[in-house]
Design a protein around this ligand. Structure first.
Ligand code: GLT
Ligand code: MN
Ligand code: MN
Length: 398
């Protein structure tokens, strides 16, 4: 089907809440071994092209838009032009973030550096980035601490790293409240790269750390497919835990093969099954409330592509998400699937293990007898369930 015809059900539109970072579609294809393969794209051009592709939002680091060290006059001129372009195209900025990794001053960390002057500069730079994001309408500020880690681990006690990270966030949540901004923070974990080891390496680590902050309510997570997958973890489980904690404030969608460098590939281009299960989770197909935040693609086109390939890539991310959402709905509505999933639970046993501690219920539980061999006997038909999912994914059912 031609993706440009309005009859195409997978054509992305504003209502889908898809967003891209300026740094994602703007990635020029540089890698540690080779120079850029594409020219740098002007942020205003990116906004226009994303709007044409059907995206809803564009996200940015402070320095994706305003060059590091720009004068106040230059900053205001750049921001005014960008705002006019956004308005013209009907695009929004749902999220902004701070570049605390490119400049050499952050070579040994920003919030966690051993040098208090570097830490103070990082906090100051973040306040300016928060102001910029809020001016553009952002409701979320992301914190990805790419440089917050070590190679020579004897350089600091990891607890000092955590303590300093916490101190910085406590100042910044206070700053947001003090300014009266309507803004939440989303912390993004990554196990390594560019540092040998990065502190707070997974979404699970972040979820606990958040509870140690002065203003935990304002802070949630921004899990990224590639980052949890690099460590060989189940992204779906991590995101589900964030949802269970009411902390899924933002999400970075892309694709990744286990054990590799951070590939940031087009959404759904690797591990289609995990992508399917993720979309099913986010869309609330199985009865839980759906995630209703921005659907952000933190990915970039292959280095082989020219600019036309970049927009193919962007449309591909969005289309794959929509196709997987449709596949997930068809899967969950399939009577053969329902028959396996809707097995009746033993109401009496449910009662005994629900609702927390109750002395009377615990007495009943202790008194009840079970037949473990009989419970173990039936096959669970998960082979059939998984094959049904495979067939839905391959497009031969539903
Ligand atoms: C960088 C990183 C991403 C983060 C961005 C936000 S910066 O591109 O690889 O995963 O989400 O700071
Ligand atoms: Mn990311
Ligand atoms: Mn990444």
């Amino acid at each position: 089907m031609d993706p440009k015809t309005s009859a195409d059900p997978f054509r992305p539109s504003r209502a889908d809440r898809f967003s891209f970072g300026l740094w994602t579609v703007g990635n020029p294809g540089r890698d540690p071994f080779g120079e850029a393969t594409r020219a740098r794209l002007d942020p205003n051009h990116i906004v226009r092209k994303l709007a044409e592709c059907g995206a809803w939002g564009v996200n940015l680091h402070d320095n994706d838009l305003v060059p590091f060290g720009a004068s106040a006059t230059d900053r205001d001129r750049i921001v005014a032009e960008f705002k006019a372009t956004l308005e013209d195209c009907g695009m929004v900025v749902p999220m902004a973030t701070t570049n605390l990794f490119t400049h050499p001053v952050f070579k040994d960390g920003a919030f966690t550096s051993n040098d208090a002057r570097v830490r103070a500069f990082a906090v100051q730079k973040t306040m300016a980035a928060i102001d910029l994001g809020v001016e553009l309408g952002a409701r979320t500020h992301v914190f990805w601490g790419g440089r917050e880690g070590t190679e020579a681990d004897a350089c600091r006690d990891p607890r000092d790293g955590l303590k300093r990270f916490r101190d910085a966030l406590n100042i910044l949540t206070g700053y947001v409240r003090d300014q009266g901004y309507d803004l939440r923070f989303a912390l993004e974990a990554k196990p390594n790269e560019p540092r040998g080891d990065i502190y707070l390496s997974t979404t699970g680590h972040m979820l606990h750390f958040i509870e140690t902050l002065d203003d935990a309510e304002m802070v949630g997570v921004n899990p990224e497919v590639a980052h949890e997958t690099m460590a060989g973890l189940s992204f779906v489980h991590g995101v589900a835990q964030a949802m269970d904690a009411g902390k899924l404030f933002h999400i970075d969608l892309n694709a990744q093969r286990i054990g590799r460098y951070d590939q940031d590939l087009r959404f759904g281009s690797e591990d289609m099954k995990q992508a399917f299960l993720l979309v099913r989770l986010l869309e609330g197909v199985n009865g839980y409330a759906a995630y209703d935040g921005p659907l952000h693609f933190d990915a970039h086109a292959y280095r082989t592509e020219d600019e036309a390939g970049v927009w193919e890539f962007a449309v591909g991310c969005m289309r794959t998400y929509k196709i997987l959402a449709a596949r997930a709905r068809a899967f969950d509505a399939d009577p053969d699937v329902r028959e396996i999933l809707d097995t009746e639970s033993d109401a009496e046993a449910e009662r005994l293990v629900s609702g927390g501690f109750d002395a009377e219920r615990v007495r009943e539980l202790r008194a009840r007898t079970f037949d473990p061999d009989a419970l173990a006997a039936p096959g669970l038909r998960y082979e059939r369930l998984d094959q049904l999912m495979t067939e839905h994914l391959l497009g031969v059912r539903g």
